[in-house]
Design a binder for this molecule. Structure first.
Ligand code: ATP
Length: 747
């Protein structure tokens, strides 16, 4: 590739130069990439995060962070009537969320009994349900509710050539640096610029050995030698210089008995263990130099110099440097690229030929199966193919709980569209966006811009439909220097996680949940070049429309298409002649109805969305206990659509067979339609509280009224309790299913 690239804001610019990250901070990790999370009873990685996040400002609001968006649905209306939420520090909030995730079985450390494996997480019973609901809601809204998108489920390991074509083999890397003292590995672009005083050292030698030499010389038989040594040590306090003086005094001594000692002293001196490796330490202004020396000594000790004596210390003032470890001030190694793909071998022989990769994204399979899907699905451009599944990235710094993991799940759509030149040829012009917001039902004359806007807005609608209020999300348009050379626009949808950085006004800036990228025809073109198989489609409408165009229009559109293709081939390093020839051929083919489709890619992460939903749902308020006294309650206010459990069914008393029998009947009535949790243990208030923490939106209690003991009008009715408002209403058993189904049905 003619350009060196690191990962930037999003996969959309995975080949862009110098992309920037918005997230900062890091957790402990091992340099080899497979770090161990020590199990200290709590999540170690989290404690480190919390320490980094300490000092963040307070945040107020239901669910810890945000008020619900207005007018989403009845669920939000109920949610808004909930009791006042406690003010929680964001760092504390995250700690509480992590601890709840473990306590209630949302998320566990992977391999916890062996100390954990950094960057890997398991989902417990509630987490597994939550993830399934997320995936199902995404799949449903992306494919089943649409005519123009179909699904795919491809393998995780694919032909390694795919990753060459996509650019991952050569460029899917982050720049990493290592701390020269702790060896902790950091992402270069995540190091905050720092200012202060740098103390440089040219090396160190072993003080222990030099003391020994002096001792040996002082023990010399010759009183003259002893005298010279003692005098030099009196005069010259610095040992290094003292030894130099001794050697020169002895070597120049007229008495050969004495001068013969000079080479011996020199020899012993040279044999002293020393390191000439340069090292430096950054200290914030005002910090005592001793701490720099301490760190430098540690550095040289690790390089085999016992009791190091530092050599040639000098200092300088520096501004905004990123060359030092923010945690201890030690110099970092030079940044070097680190490929994030996890390798494996296919077959019994571990050779280069058998090397393969665990996919770092699900998208590439969609591109390579594009033609097959097109043939069998009776779709035509514009249409989409979506896929969800595991992806693997050997992240340098897995952090912020599950936010940046090494194994995670993606949900990606590749929506194929006509190039703008084809739209113009068929419809005479391309519809232009008329303003912000959803552009409405797709129209045949939409070019890439409207399709991009459409998908950005569709994705925002989706997030709102599962309970993330619009004000908890940020629409971030990548700047031109963040965009890949082939990307026309990329919008990152950010969620304001409690650990997000804050802007100068103190507002949470958000972290990426999803990127929506207009990727031109880059991906299919790459696979066409690398596989030698055509990725073009024949557009039945284009050919006749083209033939009716005035010559001037034909020339204009051909030229525009030629230029775009020529730019692509040149960027990919094709020699100018070949790039020109190929681009001309493509422009000619356009006139005959053939083109490589362009693509709009909304690419989201399941785990990040699960974490966002958990953060958004978390709340603390007051609820009455058994005796009516108020006590604090933790409540997970999941939208009923994605709540892990939809309803809990409780017989009021477990030792009344009639109540239990009726409760089991209600459970069996609801179970085919939704996840039901049956619980007969403990006081009813305690049972409610348990379900509040699990985020179960509805509780159904079967009591003596249900049995008709207070009169026939209440017979076969139950108490339906709403989690957020804690309001209770009497509902007929016959009406339960339609009442609840209405609220959990996908939007
Ligand atoms: P980031 O910049 O945060 O590393 P990215 O821009 O590289 O992410 P993409 O390649 O665009 O991410 O992947 C699409 C989506 O996959 C992301 O928006 C995110 O939701 C999810 N994702 C990517 N990397 C990870 C990860 N290490 N852990 C969890 N989810 C991830």
């Amino acid at each position: 590739m003619p350009f060196f690239a690191t990962r930037g804001r999003s996969k959309a610019n995975r080949f862009a130069e110098g992309g920037k990250e918005t997230d900062r901070g890091c957790v402990e990790d091992q340099p080899q990439g497979v770090g161990i999370v020590h199990n200290t009873g709590k999540f170690k990685a989290w404690q480190l995060f919390v320490a980094a996040a300490a000092g963040l400002r307070h945040s107020r609001g239901p669910c810890g962070l945000f008020p619900s968006g207005p007018g989403i649905d009845t669920w939000n209306a109920i949610k808004n009537t909930g009791a006042l939420m406690a003010e929680v520090k964001t760092a504390d909030l995250m700690e509480k969320i992590v601890s709840l995730c473990k306590r209630r079985g949302f998320i566990f450390q992977s391999s916890e009994i062996y100390g954990g494996l950094n960057g890997f997480w398991d989902y417990g019973p509630l987490g597994a349900e939550l993830k399934r609901n997320i995936k199902e809601s995404w799949w449903r809204s992306m494919t089943q509710m649409r005519d123009d998108v179909v699904g795919l489920e491809a393998t995780i390991i694919m032909h390694p050539k795919i990753w060459e074509a996509s650019g991952h083999t050569s460029t899917f890397s982050d720049l990493m640096v290592d701390c020269l003292v702790t060896r902790k590995r950091l992402r270069a672009d995540q190091i905050e610029p720092q200012s202060g005083i740098v103390y440089h050292y040219s090396g160190a030698r072993s003080g222990a050995t030099s003391n020994e030499i002096v001792q040996r010389l002082l023990n010399s038989d010759s009183p003259e030698v002893r005298a010279i040594i003692e005098e030099t040590l009196r005069e010259e306090k610095e040992e290094e210089k003292a030894i130099e003086t001794m050697v020169s005094t002895l070597s120049k001594h007229p008495n050969p008995e004495l001068s013969r000692h000079a080479p011996l002293v020199k020899q012993i001196w040279q044999s002293i263990h020393r390191s000439e490796e340069k090292f430096s330490v950054l200290l914030a202004a005002g910090k005592p130099v001793e701490s720099a020396r301490k760190l430098a000594k540690q550095f040289y000790r690790e390089r085999g110099v016992d009791d190091p004596v530092l050599l040639a210390e000098r200092s300088e003032q520096v501004q905004n440097t990123t060359r030092y470890n923010p945690e201890n001030g030690a110099l970092l190694t030079e940044p070097r690229p680190f490929n994030l793909m996890l390798k494996t071998y296919v077959g019994p022989v571990e050779s280069e030929d058998n090397k393969s990769y665990l996919r770092p994204e699900t998208a590439q399979a969609i591109f390579v199966q594009f033609k097959n899907v097109l043939e069998v699905s009776r779709q035509k451009v514009p249409f989409g193919i979506c896929q969800m599944g595991k992806a693997f990235r050997n992240e340098i710094n897995p952090r912020n709980f599950t936010f940046r993991s090494r194994e995670f799940e993606q949900m990606e759509l590749e929506f194929f569209i006509r190039p703008d030149e084809a739209i113009e040829a068929i419809y005479g012009s391309i519809a232009k966006p008329v303003g912000p917001g959803h552009p409405g039902e797709p129209q045949p004359n939409w070019g890439w811009q409207l399709w991009h806007q459409y998908w950005v807005e569709e994705r925002f609608r989706y997030y709102e439909s599962i309970g993330l209020p619009r004000q908890s999300l940020v629409e971030y348009w990548q700047k031109s220097d963040e965009l890949a050379h082939y990307a026309r626009a990329t919008v990152d949808i950010l969620y304001k996680f409690p650990f997000s950085k804050r802007d100068e006004k103190g507002e949470l800036m958000g972290e990426e949940l999803e990127g929506v990228a207009a990727r031109s025809d880059f991906d299919l073109s790459q696979h066409q070049r690398f596989s030698g198989k055509p990725m073009t489609v024949f557009d039945e409408e284009l050919k006749p429309a083209w033939s009716k165009l005035p010559d001037q229009k034909k020339t204009e559109l051909s030229q525009s298409y030629y230029e775009a293709r020529q730019r692509y081939f040149s960027k990919m390093g094709e020699p100018p002649e070949k790039a020109d020839k190929q681009a001309r051929a493509d422009a000619e083919a356009l006139g005959k109805g053939y083109y490589v489709p362009h693509v709009i890619e909304p690419s989201a992460g399941v785990d990040r969305l699960a974490l966002a939903l958990i953060c958004n749902a978390y709340g603390e308020d007051q609820a009455p206990d058994e005796k009516g006294n108020m006590e604090s309650r933790v409540v997970m206010k999941f939208h009923p659509r994605i709540a892990p459990l939809k309803v809990a069914v409780f017989p009021l008393l477990k030792n009344k067979p009639e109540l239990v029998k009726k409760a089991l009947e209600v459970r069996d009535l609801l179970r085919p339609e939704m996840t039901v949790f049956y619980d007969e243990a403990g006081a009813i208030g305690r049972r409610y509280r348990r379900q509040d923490e699990a985020g179960t939106p509805f509780g159904v209690t079967i009591d003596f009224d249900t049995l008709g003991e207070k009169g026939p009008e209440l017979k076969d009715t139950v108490t339906l309790r709403h989690r957020d408002s804690m309001k209770q209403e009497r509902v007929k058993i016959a009406e339960l299913l339609p009442t609840l189904s209405k609220q959990i049905r996908p939007g």
